[in-house]
Design a protein around this ligand. Structure first.
Ligand SMILES: *[C@@H]1O[C@H](CO)[C@@H](O)[C@H](O)[C@H]1NC(C)=O
Ligand SMILES: *[C@@H]1O[C@H](CO)[C@@H](O)[C@H](O)[C@H]1NC(C)=O
Ligand SMILES: *[C@@H]1O[C@H](CO)[C@@H](O)[C@H](O)[C@H]1NC(C)=O
Length: 350
């Protein structure tokens, strides 16, 4: 009798092992964070990209996330036939402009699958998102409050073996530089530029000025400027682009910024590493400040103190952004729906 009982218990255990635990127990497991990480560390997360952003494909050979970015257990795929096994299906907003019919809404979504909305554009360029209410479970964006934050750049602490001094680029030829390809005179940034240029000379590069800079020459050119006008084309929360990270920070010019609020920049960047136009009562005051600062080598050099501890990392490859979904996957809430994506995207700057 006892043997029989033991045998049937064993059978039940084996049955569960092969067929998976019943649903309730699985839910119980999912709720406990430790088991969640055990679970996520033992299997691949499959991220399916539905449309390549802007129609440009990247190669997905081998274990891309591991090989390129050292992100483990991340299967990045673009074959739609893998929909049913995908943990996350990613939709880049640009390819959705034609409307909801661009989404595979007719396919039954496997339970637990998340749909991700991805965009790196400022809100005004995302089109009308009202039609995408109650569809997406997560956001992939430069916003710090996105489920997966993929900024244009960020600062990474330097490792000991890296040179911890941080050279200060002081071989300067120009007070103030700007790179602009798409000049619109009615833009606020163009207005500020014109006002500034009437007081101090601004060296302008780019298509509009017919002084094109190939990207390999960009950093070298920027290093010769004391200041760089890192003016964003919109004033939206966390929208800080490569104008700051690459042109100014990497190039070695102190960024004069216009875009999100001063508080927003302060939350993301080291103190005393940038100059925000809101810190001045007028453009004239700003111009005077820049001139004085350029003459004071010691005070100017202090704007590069951050380089002792930090280095700039740029994000430019879509694969890296997609792989980052896997790094965040275990920390995603078990259930989430963007009931009003339009409102989330247009949340005003704080
Ligand atoms: C995880 O995905 C990678 C990349 O596609 C693959 O090389 C690897 O074999 C997969 N591992 C498992 C356990 O499925
Ligand atoms: C400073 O910049 C000028 C102009 O680009 C260059 O010719 C010169 O070699 C630079 N000097 C140093 C010390 O880097
Ligand atoms: C994802 O969103 C869909 C549609 O609103 C919803 O039915 C599903 O439960 C959500 N899944 C998760 C994992 O949040």
């Amino acid at each position: 009798m006892k043997k029989c009982l033991l045998f049937s218990t064993l059978c039940i255990v084996l049955l569960y092992l092969f067929n998976g635990w019943p649903k309730d127990f699985q839910t119980l497991l999912d709720k406990s964070p430790s088991s969640l990480s055990d679970w996520s560390s033992s299997r691949n997360v499959t991220v399916l990209l539905w449309y390549w952003p802007f129609g440009r494909r990247f190669i997905l050979k081998g274990d891309v996330c591991w090989d390129l970015y050292h992100i483990p257990r991340c299967r990045l795929v673009d074959q739609r036939s893998l929909f049913h096994s995908a943990d996350v299906v990613v939709f880049h907003n640009k390819e959705l402009v034609e409307g909801r019919q661009k989404l595979p809404l007719e396919l039954p979504r496997p339970s637990g699958q998340r749909w991700a909305w991805m965009s790196l554009e400022a809100p005004v360029y995302n089109g009308n998102l009202e039609q995408y209410a109650n569809i997406f479970n997560m956001t992939v964006s430069y916003r710090r409050d996105a489920d997966v934050t993929v900024p244009y750049g960020e600062l990474i602490p330097k490792e000991d073996k890296e040179q911890l001094t941080g050279d200060i680029p002081l071989n300067k030829s120009f007070l103030l530089c700007w790179v602009v390809s798409n000049y619109r005179s009615q833009h606020k940034r163009s207005e500020v530029y014109r006002e500034l240029n009437a007081i101090v000379p601004v060296k302008v590069y780019g298509r509009w000025a017919k002084r094109h800079l190939p990207s390999r020459a960009l950093l070298q050119a920027m290093s010769r400027c004391y200041f760089y006008l890192a003016f964003e084309n919109s004033a939206d929360r966390d929208y800080i682009t490569e104008k700051l990270w690459r042109n100014a920070y990497q190039g070695g010019a102190v960024p004069v910024v216009m875009g999100p609020s001063l508080g927003n920049y302060k939350a993301v960047l080291p103190a005393n590493s940038f100059i925000h136009i809101d810190e001045f009562a007028s453009v004239k005051d700003l111009a005077i400040y820049l001139q004085q600062l350029a003459e004071d080598k010691k005070r100017y050099s202090e704007y590069f103190t951050w380089r002792q501890r930090w280095r700039v990392k740029l994000y430019t490859d879509w694969r890296e952004r997609l792989c980052k979904i896997c790094s965040q996957y275990g920390a995603l809430p078990p259930h989430k729906v963007y009931s009003d994506l339009e409102a989330w995207v247009n949340a005003i700057d704080i």
